[in-house]
Write a protein that binds this ligand. Structure first.
Ligand SMILES: *[C@@H]1O[C@H](CO)[C@@H](O)[C@H](O)[C@H]1NC(C)=O
Ligand SMILES: *[C@@H]1O[C@H](CO)[C@@H](O)[C@H](O)[C@H]1NC(C)=O
Ligand SMILES: *[C@@H]1O[C@H](CO)[C@@H](O)[C@H](O)[C@H]1NC(C)=O
Ligand SMILES: *[C@@H]1O[C@H](CO)[C@@H](O)[C@H](O)[C@H]1NC(C)=O
Length: 433
C-alpha cells in the first residue's frame, strides 16, 4: 500500500468515526408523525416509519430510524434523539415486536409502502444491524401483507391478528403467526374470532392471552369496548368477555397497555376522542372499566400514536391530534400508584431524587468527547494534508519520469474520497427531516 492511500485510509476511517459520532445525536425536533412503530430494546425506545401529520402530500415519512435513551433521566421538552442507520424502505402502519433467540431483535412485519420491493419481514439487532430474514413470503406473495395492526410477541412467536389486507384493502380477522426463531409462518384459529377490524387495542396478559378490543371496521366511530376478545396463545382458541362499569366510548387508533401490577389495562386516546375521555382503565379481575384519578396537565388526546410501559411510566410517542408547538411529542404518565396516575414532563430513572443534572452532565461528556475527537481529527487532518502536500511535491517530480504509476495512485486516492462523500450523502439523507 502506498503512503498516499494509507493516509487517505486513515483519514477516511477517522472521518467515518467523526460522522457517526456527530450523526448520533439530533438536538432539533423530529417531525411529528403517526402510524409509526415503537420497539423497546435494552433501555432504548426505537422509532421507525410513519406518516407526517403536517404534509399530507408527502404522507409517508422517509427512512428515519432513531431511539430515545431511557437509561438516563430527561425532560420531554428537550429530548435528545439518537439516529441509527436504516435500510427498511419508507412505510407506515407496520407492526414490530422484540423476539429472536436472545430476545434482543426487532422484527418488523407488513405496513404500507410505495416501494414495491419492500420485504414482508425485516429484523434489526442493535448489536449487528438490519437483516431480511430468509423465510417464505419475503420474496414471493404466499403471505398476506397487512397494515394497521398490532404485533404481539409471546412464546418466541409474533402474533399478527386482523388489520387491513393490502391487496384487497379489506378489513380482515385472520391470525397470522411468525415463529421468530424457526422463521416459519403459521395461522391461528378463526373459530369465535372477533369480526374484522384494524387499529384496535391489543395487549399480552400474564396468562398468555392476548386481549383485543375496539378498532375500526369502516364505521365512523369505531367498535365498542363493551366486549373484549381473548386469544389464548397456548391452545390457539378465542373467547369473548363482556365488560361492565364506566364503559369508554367506542374508539379506534388508541393504545392499550398492561399496568405495572399486571391486573389492569390502561387505554389512551383514539380518533376523535375528547381529551377528558382519553384515559380509561379495565380491571382484569372483574372486567370492570373505570376512569382513573390523574394529576398533572391533561394532554390533548392522540390517535395513531404508540404507547409503551417503561419502568414506572406509560410512554406515549407522537400521534395525530396534538399541536407539537404546544405539546411535547413524548408524554409520560407515571403509573406507579394505581390510585393516582400523574402526567409528568420528567423521566426519572429511580424514585430517589430526579437527576436532570446527571443527564446534562452525561450529554456534556459526550459533547466533550465529540469536541476532543474533532480536535484530534483536525490535527491528524492537518498533519495528513501537510505530509500529503510534501509527498505530492515529491511525486510531481516523479510523475515527470513515470506518469502511469502517478496517475494510478491518484485514481486510488480519488476513489477513497468519492466513497467518503457518498457515505456522507446517504447519512445526511437518513438524518434529514
Ligand atoms: C423479551 O423482552 C421483553 C422486553 O424487551 C420482555 O418484556 C419479555 O418478557 C422478554 N421475553 C422473554 C421470553 O424473555
Ligand atoms: C384453552 O385454555 C383455556 C384456559 O386457559 C380454556 O378455558 C379453554 O377452554 C381452552 N380451549 C380449548 C379449545 O381447549
Ligand atoms: C394530586 O392532586 C391532588 C389535588 O388535586 C393533591 O391533593 C394530591 O396530593 C396530588 N397527588 C399527587 C401524587 O401529585
Ligand atoms: C399550533 O400552535 C401554534 C402556536 O400557538 C399556532 O401558531 C399554530 O397555528 C398551531 N397549529 C395548528 C395546526 O393548530
Amino acid at each position: 500500500m502506498s503512503r498516499n492511500s494509507l493516509i487517505y485510509l486513515l483519514l477516511f476511517i477517522l472521518l467515518q468515526f467523526l460522522l457517526v459520532e456527530i450523526n448520533c445525536e439530533v438536538k432539533f425536533p423530529i417531525s411529528q408523525r403517526y402510524f409509526h412503530t415503537t420497539t423497546y430494546i435494552d433501555n432504548k425506545l426505537y422509532i421507525l416509519g410513519g406518516r407526517y401529520t403536517s404534509d399530507d402530500t408527502i404522507k409517508t415519512l422517509g427512512r428515519e430510524f432513531f431511539y430515545l435513551d431511557f437509561s438516563t433521566g430527561f425532560n420531554t421538552n428537550s429530548l435528545t434523539w439518537n439516529t441509527v442507520n436504516n435500510f427498511v424502505p419508507q412505510h407506515h402502519g407496520a407492526a414490530t415486536v422484540v423476539g429472536g433467540a436472545q430476545n434482543d431483535t426487532l422484527f418488523l412485519y407488513g405496513g404500507i409502502t410505495n416501494y414495491e420491493r419492500m420485504s414482508m419481514v425485516y429484523s434489526f439487532n442493535p448489536k449487528k444491524s438490519w437483516m431480511i430474514p430468509t423465510l417464505e413470503g419475503n420474496d414471493g406473495s404466499e403471505v398476506n401483507r397487512k397494515a394497521f395492526l398490532t404485533g404481539i410477541a409471546d412464546n418466541g412467536k409474533m402474533y399478527l391478528w386482523g388489520g387491513t389486507e393490502m391487496i384487497t384493502r379489506y378489513y380482515v380477522n385472520d391470525m397470522l403467526i411468525l415463529d421468530m426463531i424457526d422463521l416459519t409462518w403459521s395461522t391461528g384459529s378463526l373459530i369465535n374470532a372477533p369480526i374484522p377490524r384494524n387499529e384496535y387495542g391489543a395487549t399480552l396478559l400474564p396468562n398468555h392471552k392476548i386481549i383485543y378490543m375496539g378498532g375500526s371496521n369502516g364505521q365512523n366511530l369505531g367498535i365498542g369496548l363493551d366486549k373484549v376478545y381473548m386469544y389464548d396463545t397456548i391452545n390457539d382458541s378465542w373467547a369473548t368477555q363482556v365488560t361492565s362499569g364506566n364503559i369508554p366510548s367506542r374508539r379506534f387508533g388508541f393504545s392499550s397497555n398492561l399496568a405495572l401490577d399486571g391486573q389492569r389495562l390502561i387505554i389512551f386516546g383514539g380518533y376523535n376522542v375528547p381529551s377528558k375521555e382519553a384515559t380509561y382503565v379495565l380491571d382484569l379481575t372483574n372486567f370492570n372499566w373505570y376512569v382513573p384519578n390523574i394529576n398533572g396537565t391533561i394532554p390533548s388526546s392522540r390517535a395513531y400514536h404508540r404507547a409503551d410501559v417503561i419502568n414506572k411510566y406509560l410512554v406515549v410517542t407522537f400521534g395525530s391530534g396534538y399541536n407539537n408547538s404546544k405539546e411535547d411529542d413524548v408524554l409520560l404518565l407515571d403509573i406507579s400508584n394505581n390510585d393516582q396516575y400523574v402526567w409528568t414532563g420528567y423521566y426519572a430513572i429511580s424514585d430517589s431524587a430526579p437527576s436532570p443534572i446527571d443527564s446534562k452532565k452525561s450529554r456534556n461528556y459526550k459533547l466533550i468527547g465529540i469536541i476532543g475527537a474533532s480536535v484530534v481529527g483536525s490535527m491528524v487532518l492537518i498533519a495528513g494534508t501537510y505530509y500529503l502536500h510534501r509527498w505530492n511535491r515529491n511525486r510531481r517530480t516523479k510523475i515527470a519520469v513515470h506518469p502511469p504509476s502517478g496517475k494510478l495512485d491518484n485514481q486510488t486516492g480519488q476513489k477513497v474520497v468519492l466513497t467518503m462523500v457518498n457515505d456522507n450523502g446517504n447519512n445526511d439523507q437518513q438524518t434529514k427531516q
